[in-house]
Design a protein around this ligand. Structure first.
Ligand code: ADP
Ligand code: MG
Length: 592
């Protein structure tokens, strides 16, 4: 078997199983259950994108099913539309309503975000029950079945195929999307998205994208539901179902597309079994099944916090490392600015945190082709200066220029476009994502494939060039042996080097490195030193924060010393080292 076939084998088996089930004489009850699992899977796939991958927890997804279901219910019963015409309209309504809801929701943070979704989830449920046009709490009945070339999808068995066609198509598309440049941006939202922003990902837009996509697939589920059930009322679109959908995604494994289908299957099967057998065991005086249901789910999550799908995957044979396809061409490179021109100019930069002045009217310059060291004791304001230059923090006063253009006030992502790339003192990587993909995030601005092309995997050539570039930069920094390992498996020093490779993927003119040598062994430090010298030869300018004086001295052209936010000395390394104020600051730092 070829690798591709072996990889696809479990999937093909699952599809074959799904295809033959209705042909066997299984009781209709099973078909109904499978139909419900399919419908729920669609919503859960959306939630995997939104919650599992994007980190945005939503309890309100059932409302989007309602938008899809009611759109087709109204248009087919009151206006005589054909169901196939209402399909795009239902999805469009889902998307259009997701936009304003998303705009409000994605700006919330922490626990306000799930609370926000509960609020609109509840409100929309009651709204469905109040609108005359959609039959208030009675709903709408008499919805026509789907029809194709004269065939009416009236039976559970026939609509089964329609439902599962959409489930599989959606799952494949969602998987494609995650496995793309856009998907990397979405995945990088976890953990705050600062790294994503520093490499040019528009994080509000990425969040809105997943929010709208989750809304669209939920609307699709609602559209199918309306034509399966042939009547709708508000009950299935309330908060209860919203919670259940979220459980499905979490039980399956919140970050796994196939886990969504698995989770929907487990949860609905469990519910069915409990509702059937529990009353026989302990009587039907109360709704015991909800209690048992809850306890079982907690137990499942205790066994595996990442849901059950990862456990299932462990049973399947080891997958071969993904091969990077040969790219069609190479990525265009930025023209390097002429040596010696002023590249970065920090002019009276000031940053106050409440009463604390972290950076106090600091001015200095990085000329192109230079390596400039920024040193000073802990808390001197070095990392804050980096955050000001890259736009992660707004300046209190002063300005920053790049080649004469004012950067201050721009978003981190616009600043990154100028060719300014950085590493973080506290590494910001995605531990579960491969080393290669973590680094490829750095090349985000060098691709342009959008959601649609990614969903259909029409951007494979571009993706191959981006991955090639990431692999090339990893080779360059000496991490070629680790491309396919989860980044979290690397040693701390290696993670810092990974961040340098990621920054190099941006094709930078200026590289800002925040303590890159911390945690490196002596030999590794020397390699880093050689790499930085080589980058300098290629015309890349470097601003380097470092504690190790020895490391800095032999490397930098110019040294800037900060102490308590104030610039106390700058000049050639040899001169600065003799400066009494510098000696005092360093000795003072040691004495303290
Ligand atoms: P360095 O990188 O030179 O060690 P930093 O720039 O991280 O120093 O910090 C400078 C000062 O600003 C420190 O006193 C630190 O506690 C403070 N500081 C840094 N970031 C913040 C923040 N986000 N909020 C409040 N104070 C901060
Ligand atoms: Mg620092």
């Amino acid at each position: 078997m070829t690798d591709n076939l072996r990889k696809a084998f479990p999937g093909l088996l699952a599809i074959l199983f799904l295809a033959v089930v209705p042909l066997l004489s299984v009781p209709p009850f099973w078909i109904t259950l499978l139909n419900n699992i399919g419908l729920a899977s669609l919503v859960a796939i959306g939630l995997v994108l939104l919650t599992g991958v994007g980190g945005l927890t939503s309890f309100g997804q059932a409302a989007f099913c309602g938008f899809g279901a009611y759109t087709t219910a109204v248009l087919t019963t009151a206006y005589g539309f054909s169901p196939w015409i209402t399909l795009p309209l239902s999805l469009l309504i889902g998307a259009l309503l997701a936009l304003p809801l998303g705009l409000i929701t994605v700006r919330l943070s922490g626990h306000f975000l799930p609370l926000g979704t509960i609020a609109w989830g509840l409100a929309l449920y009651y709204l469905f029950g109040q609108i005359e046009l959609i039959g208030r709490f009675d709903g709408i009945s008499g919805i026509p079945p789907l029809e194709f070339a004269g065939y009416r999808f009236l039976s559970g068995k026939s609509i089964y195929y329609v439902i599962w066609f959409f489930v599989i198509a959606t799952a494949l598309g969602a998987r494609n999307l995650l496995d793309s440049r856009i998907g990397r941006g979405i995945r990088a939202l976890r953990g705050g998205g600062q790294a994503a922003e520093a490499f040019g990902v528009d994080i509000v837009r990425a969040k809105l994208t997943v929010f709208v996509l989750a809304g669209i697939v939920a609307a699709l589920s609602g559209w199918l539901y309306a034509h399966m059930q042939r009547s709708v009322n508000p009950t299935p679109f309330g908060l209860n179902m919203g919670i259940e959908y979220l459980l499905m995604a979490v039980v399956g494994g919140a970050g796994q597309i196939w886990g969504a289908i698995f989770g929907a299957g487990i949860v609905l099967l469990l519910k069915e079994i409990l509702q059937r057998y529990l009353p026989e065991l302990i009587g039907s005086a109360a709704n015991f099944e909800m209690i048992v249901f809850g306890v079982l789910l907690v137990a499942i999550l205790q066994i595996s916090r990442d849901g059950l799908w990862p456990l299932v995957r462990k049973l399947s044979p080891e997958r071969p490392d993904r091969q990077i396809a040969a790219p069609a061409g190479s990525l265009p490179r930025r023209a390097m600015p002429a040596d010696g021109t002023s590249l970065l100019r920090i002019d009276q930069a000031r940053k106050e945190f409440g009463g604390l002045v972290a950076v106090s009217n600091v001015s200095f310059e990085v000329k192109s082709g230079q390596i400039v060291g920024l040193i000073g004791p802990n808390g001197a304001g070095k990392s804050t200066t980096f955050n000001l230059i890259t736009g992660m923090l707004p300046l209190t006063s002063g300005s920053i220029f790049y080649a004469g253009e004012k950067l201050s006030g721009m978003s981190p992502r616009r600043i990154a476009r100028h060719g300014i790339a950085r590493t973080f003192q506290h590494a910001k990587i995605l531990p579960t994502m491969s080393v290669l993909e973590n680094v490829a995030l750095g090349a985000h601005l060098r691709g342009n494939a959008g959601v649609f092309r990614s969903f259909l995997h029409l951007e494979r050539q571009e993706e191959a060039t981006l991955l090639r570039e990431a692999a090339h930069q990893l080779e360059r920094v000496g991490l070629a042996a680790h491309l396919h390992r989860p980044a979290g498996d690397l040693a701390l020093g290696q993670i810092r080097i990974l961040e340098i490779a990621r920054a190099l993927c941006l094709d930078p003119t200026v590289l800002l490195l925040d303590e890159p040598a911390a945690g490196l062994r002596h030999a590794e430090k020397q390699e880093l030193c050689l790499l930085l010298k080589k980058l300098k030869q290629e015309g890349v300018s470097v601003l380097l924060v470092e504690h190790d004086m020895g490391f800095v001295m032999g490397l930098v052209d110019h040294l800037v010393v900060l102490d308590f936010g104030t610039l106390i000395a700058e000049g050639r390394p040899a001169e600065v080292r003799q400066n009494p104020a510098v000696i005092a600051a360093y000795l003072g730092g040691v004495a303290a």
